[in-house]
Ligand binder design. Structure first.
Ligand code: SAM
Length: 214
């Protein structure tokens, strides 16, 4: 389904054969997360929003300092910061930043001398994240609408890449990981939380676009 095409700006994805499948998956994801951008409440089978952040062990002081609109669409499946803290001054990329709660956390950890970049596939999430981060006076954050399989940053650019519940949604995971590796500095870290299948999906779900974007 996915093929690599080497270009001067890095690896770019080219759909081959099943580009309709690829488009179908992206459309299903965008439709689902356009709704989640309004609120994650009731849209997942795990705790989301403020309850999710508390359950996943995020720093209570940071949760307290986050505006309700930053938390309302939070639908992370884990806590990337539990894998190691970010340092002041670091360059960080959040892959699939959603409405921006992890960007907000990262922005506090890297401080004014650091910089945090968020990318996301869904227009509504990007708009929400830009609004949320502007309202929280996070001046060290930049957000772009882009696909995680064609990251618009140079090689060896980031100290850390974080991601929370996103890579499982990619139909081109091998390209996604190659892109992450490309933009990480030598010795850089990938800290991600995600969901994995432990056994085969029931027949009724395995071809379902709705199930893909759950
Ligand atoms: C489970 S949400 C996680 C959002 C955020 N990390 C959080 O913790 O709230 C998944 C996000 O990934 C985005 N997404 C899904 N596939 C993507 C892709 N291939 N490239 C970029 N973003 C993607 C969706 O639009 C959605 O905002």
């Amino acid at each position: 389904m996915c093929q690599l095409d080497q270009s001067s700006s890095g690896l770019q994805k080219a759909g081959e054969g099943s580009s309709e499948d690829l488009q179908g998956i992206r459309t299903a994801i965008r439709n689902k997360y356009a709704e989640v951008a309004i609120s994650a409440a009731g849209k997942f089978q795990y705790p989301t929003g403020k309850d999710g952040a508390i359950t996943l062990g995020y720093d209570p002081d940071i949760i307290k300092s986050a505006a309700p609109s930053l938390l309302a669409s939070f639908c992370g499946v884990g806590n990337p910061f539990s894998l190691g803290t970010l340092q002041h001054g670091e360059m960080v990329l959040d892959l699939g930043c959603g409405a921006g709660f992890d960007l907000f956390v990262a922005s506090k950890l890297v401080g004014d001398s650091g910089r945090v970049y968020g990318i996301d596939l869904t227009d509504e999430m990007v708009a929400r994240a830009k609004n949320n981060l502007a309202n929280s006076n996070s001046s060290n954050v930049e957000i772009k609408k882009v696909d995680s399989e064609s990251i618009p940053y140079p090689d060896d650019n980031f100290d850390a890449v974080i991601s929370n519940g996103v890579i499982n949604l990619s139909p081109c995971k091998d390209i996604c990981f190659k892109e992450i590796y490309r933009v990480l500095k030598p010795g850089g870290r990938l800290q991600f939380a995600d969901v994995v299948l432990k056994s085969a999906l029931p027949a009724g779900l395995s071809g379902s676009l709705e199930a893909w974007s759950q």
